[in-house]
Design a protein around this ligand. Structure first.
Ligand SMILES: Cc1cc2nc3c(=O)[nH]c(=O)nc-3n(C[C@H](O)[C@H](O)[C@H](O)COP(=O)(O)OP(=O)(O)OC[C@H]3O[C@@H](n4cnc5c(N)ncnc54)[C@H](O)[C@@H]3O)c2cc1C
Length: 441
């Protein structure tokens, strides 16, 4: 730490060792720029958090899926020699009469209105307002609202239809409807990047919380709980939820306040609760309610009448631990926020028993442990991931404008390609910020 504190050996300070910060640090250090990454946690990866569970299997507490075929992310996965498995299998849903049915591919038609948003050119209003005045049949609306809120961790009364349209288009271009699981944990890509930074002479300082940033042209002073660091330039990759608190009573201070902070306040941080239950066996496969093959191949389960409303298994990874992951995003996540992993697991045993019409004791007896992380109360995240409210479509791009060639902003919330809230958005933003520092775009 002492070395890094001297004034003349850092060209660029990078705040945050998530994928955005580490990608920028790697790109710059490979070009001979002397970088120091400043991270509050005792680990790298930020919202990538992989944990070893009972039996040695790795469960994710943050990002889990590689969404689509974003070229930059797949190049990194290849470089890490990471093994991936595409998620596929049967999807089950509650039928409204207390039973479970296999999803009918025809049901996907209900989501066609979202695809139509791709060409939306009207006034940017919230999805809920748009839906209320649309010709979407009344009976199809709850599923659409649930999907938009769950997937985007967003409030349907806030998220803008323009951003949903841009996102839809972006996903189509990258096969965003396909998803993959990374064997051995998603966080390995962060560790790989940090290794590269160090190999090229960069520093990654852990347990170093940024408390204040004071800056003027080509002069940045970063105050941390471990001392003061100085450099000519600084890339700020702190999560949106943290930036939105900047210069509030409890938030970190940045003086003078950059224009990007004003833009950050126009965006929204979404909330989600996810937990993974590790079982002794896949008890659901023994049930008689549905054909054995349907239950064995279950990948997703939608339980609209219960909380959480979305679940998934590790299918088709037959050798993976028997797990069920519960997910709830958007305003309804509040109902489960603040619960410990143990509480979430205990309550979920009762829920799953109802959903599968089995005795709760059967589910409980099989449960080994439950894993979860409360991202909403995490002071270094303050939520799950960002989304764009109605009327704020210009904010992410505005955040990418360098301040006086001295402060640069990156992070998933600064994405301008319609992939907000993803790992590949964070990665791209880090590459973009590095190019800006190098004067290459
Ligand atoms: C539950 C959950 C599920 C998700 N699922 C998926 C998924 O399946 N697929 C997908 O693509 N994406 C998913 N995401 C989103 C994805 O994880 C993020 O978009 C991405 O990891 C963000 O990277 P980042 O570098 O922008 O931010 P972060 O990873 O948050 O990095 C920012 C860093 O800044 C640090 N920091 C914060 N405050 C300070 C401070 N004061 N001082 C110093 N350091 C500080 C943080 O500790 C963190 O390490 C999910 C996210 C969550 C929370």
């Amino acid at each position: 730490m002492r070395d890094a504190m001297t004034d003349d050996n850092i060209d660029v300070l990078i705040l945050g060792a998530g994928i955005a910060g580490l990608t920028a640090a790697r790109a710059l250090s490979e070009r001979g720029v002397r970088v120091t990454v400043v991270e509050a946690r005792d680990r790298v990866g930020g919202r990538l958090l992989s944990r070893v569970a009972a039996g040695g299997d790795v469960v994710e507490l943050g990002a889990e899926f590689v969404h689509g075929r974003a070229q930059e992310l797949w190049a990194l996965l290849a470089e890490c020699e990471a093994q991936t498995t595409e998620r596929e299998g049967t999807m089950l849903r509650e039928d409204g009469n207390g039973g479970l049915v296999e999803d009918d591919p025809q049901d996907e038609e209900r989501f066609a209105p979202l695809e139509d948003l791709e060409d939306f050119t009207g006034e940017d209003v919230s999805f809920a307002d748009w839906l209320a005045t649309s010709d979407v049949p009344e009976e199809d609306r709850p599923a659409l609202l649930g999907y938009v809120e769950g997937f985007n961790a967003a409030d349907a009364h806030t998220i803008g239809v323009r951003s949903l349209g841009v996102q839809q288009k972006a996903e189509e271009a990258t096969e965003g409807d396909r998803s993959w699981h990374v064997h051995g944990g998603y966080a390995q890509i962060a560790e790989h990047l940090a290794g590269r930074v160090k190999e090229h002479g960069g520093n990654v300082l852990l347990n170093a919380e940024v408390l204040a940033v004071r800056w003027s042209t080509s002069n940045v002073e970063v105050e941390t709980n471990q001392g003061i660091l100085r450099a000519k330039r600084c890339i700020i990759t702190l999560p949106l939820g943290v930036l939105q608190r900047v210069n509030s009573k409890a938030g970190l201070k940045i003086t003078p306040e950059p224009a990007a902070i004003v833009q950050a306040r126009r965006l929204a941080m979404g909330h989600a609760v996810r937990f993974t239950m590790v079982f002794r066996e896949r008890w659901w496969e023994q049930l008689r309610a549905l054909p054995a093959e349907t239950l064995r191949a279950m990948s997703f389960l939608f339980t609209a009448q219960h909380l959480p409303p979305v679940w998934w298994t590790m299918h088709p990874e037959a050798e993976a631990a028997p797990t069920l992951t519960g997910w709830i995003g958007g305003p309804r996540a509040k109902a489960l926020e603040g619960r410990s992993a143990g509480e979430l697991g205990r309550e979920a045993c009762a829920t799953l028993a109802q959903v599968f019409s089995v005795d709760e004791s059967l589910v409980r007896a099989s449960l080994l442990e439950t894993h979860s992380h409360d991202w909403s109360s995490d002071p270094f995240a303050r939520g799950a991931y960002s989304y764009v409210p109605a009327g704020a479509m210009d904010a992410p791009a505005a955040m990418t404008q360098p301040e006086d060639e001295t402060l640069f902003f990156a992070g998933e919330h600064t994405d301008t390609t319609g992939h907000w809230g993803t790992v590949h958005a964070a990665l791209r933003s880090g590459l973009r910020a590095a190019q800006q520092v190098l004067g290459e775009n």
